[in-house]
Design a binder for this molecule. Structure first.
Ligand code: NAD
Length: 449
């Protein structure tokens, strides 16, 4: 039986609804993360030479945080929420039932091939759904691990892993799902939304874009350099929330270059190619695309490449113009761009003249200036005086706005995403004489006139 039919039957049987089933599946996911930790590290290393520390932090630890949050709070999240009543319903029960959607589809990207599937899956399970998960076909080793090993831990009638390239995914999307959670590029996001619209299926779209990073003249330049370099070069820049380009004054650019060079050497040594802590580009096509961006502006740091290894050195490009190819697309690789602006107002105007990013970063020793950037821009998330760290808080919603996405998740927001908030009123069967007030025949008396 195709997975979509098998899961539909399990959903209709009500099997995923009880708290006990949800908790058991979440605990099984926890065992998968614990027992298969080494396999996850090996798969992500084979796919893109993901450094073990980065894999453990981003693929395993962040999932465990989500899992613990769900396990600790699920009975509370699931509870009906009783709401205020009016005069006519005083003796009745009015509540919001946290209803699962049904059979949901989760499509992941390759840059965090475990986390980007399991983090939404945790919420889908917690909310009582059945789920099909579709890993990216670009990270073959992680895809295989998900396909062959994960199902051994989960209830096979309720959860399935489907491997698919573009053609098969197109066919998969012809099925009617009750919710689609997609992580990937804005262009494929449009395809997903169009397919979902045919069935009026609600969607979450976790997309990408170019994340600006304003750096004021007041900053401690060494601190900024380290925090920005870490965020940009983590996973070789293949992170949706990586700072894409710096906006700073000419004077700050001059101070930042030696500080960034120092930070890169401190992190990866004099020859980053030999560092075990620097990943590779995921595939040949992606390598060619990122390498081509090196022709934008002028290489101030790095710039070396090796096609055989799919290695691109941690690179900083200066004198980049807004019309350059690197500013026309998300970099999604280990290249940091620098664009000079006269002041914070010009930086804000620059940000606001482009698509809304997934995150805006602002560095300044003056909190008023950080707040100014926060107040006058719009983005999925915001982080002042650091990069990436906002993603570690399960208490913060994560998601885009405009072309960087639709909807949000993490912590209880993931539970809410996969939950239909069903408004319910349960009335008593007595006191019928009061009801006659609203039945025809109507009269001026009934209107209180
Ligand atoms: P992608 O859109 O090419 O692929 C994402 C998924 O969609 C994959 O599973 C792929 O198989 C599938 N897919 C590709 N083409 C399809 C089609 N025509 N029809 C149906 N399905 C299709 O994106 P990617 O290259 O995997 O990831 C890079 C993008 O994802 C970047 O823009 C990045 O910013 C974004 N991203 C966003 C987040 C986030 O949380 N917001 C996280 C990671 C990556």
């Amino acid at each position: 039986m195709p997975p979509s039919l098998r899961l539909r039957a399990a959903w209709l049987s009500g099997r995923t609804r009880p708290l006990e089933h949800r908790m058991a599946q979440l605990e099984a996911l926890g065992r998968f993360l614990e027992e298969k930790k080494q396999d996850i590290l090996e798969a992500t290393a084979s796919d893109m030479r993901k450094p073990p520390f980065e894999a453990e932090f981003s693929e395993i630890l962040l999932c465990k945080n989500e899992l613990n949050e769900a396990l600790n709070n699920l009975p509370r999240w699931m509870k009906d929420k009783h709401v205020d009543k009016n005069l006519a319903t005083q003796l009745d029960s009015a509540f919001i039932r946290k209803d699962p959607y049904g059979v949901v589809l989760i499509i992941g990207s390759w840059n965090y091939p475990i986390y980007l599937l399991l983090a939404p899956l945790i919420g889908a399970i917690a909310a009582g759904n059945c789920a099909i998960i579709k890993p990216s076909e670009l990270t073959k080793n992680s895809e295989k691990l998900m396909e062959e090993v994960l199902p051994k831990y989960l209830d096979k009638d309720c959860f399935a892993v489907v491997t698919a390239g573009v053609e098969e995914t197109t066919r998969l999307l012809e099925n009617k799902f009750d919710y689609i959670f997609f992580t990937g590029s804005p262009s494929v996001g449009r395809i997903i939304m169009t397919a979902a619209a045919k069935h009026l299926t609600p969607v979450t779209l976790e997309l990408g874009g170019k994340n600006p990073c304003y750096v004021s003249d007041t900053c401690d330049v060494q601190n900024v350099a380290r925090r920005v370099a870490w965020g940009r070069f983590f996973n070789a820049g293949q992170t949706c929330i990586a700072p894409d380009y710096i906006l700073c004054s000419v004077e700050m650019q001059e101070k930042l270059m030696p500080a960034l060079r120092e930070a890169i050497t401190e992190f990866y040594g004099p020859e980053p190619r030999n560092s075990p802590d620097f990943a590779r580009i995921v595939g040949d096509e992606q390598f060619k695309r990122v390498q081509a961006l090196l022709s934008s502006g002028r290489v101030a740091i790095g710039g070396q490449t090796d096609e055989k290894e799919r290695y691109i050195a941690p690179t900083v490009l200066v004198d980049v113009k807004p019309s350059d190819p690197a500013m026309q697309q998300e970099v999604f690789g280990p290249i940091l761009l620098v664009i000079t602006v006269a002041n914070v107002d010009e930086a804000i105007d620059f940000i606001n003249s482009r698509e809304r990013p997934l995150v805006v970063y602002a560095f300044s020793s003056d909190s008023k200036e950080v707040n100014q950037v926060l107040e006058r821009t719009s983005s999925g998330g915001f982080c002042g005086n650091d990069t990436l760290m906002h993603v570690t808080l399960t208490s913060l919603p994560f998601g885009g706005v405009g072309s960087s996405g639709l909807g949000m998740y993490h912590g209880h927001f993931t539970f809410d995403t996969f939950t239909h908030h069903r408004g319910c009123l349960q009335r008593g069967t007595g006191l019928e004489p009061i009801n006659t007030l609203r039945y025809p025949p109507y009269s001026a008396h009934k209107m209180g006139l």
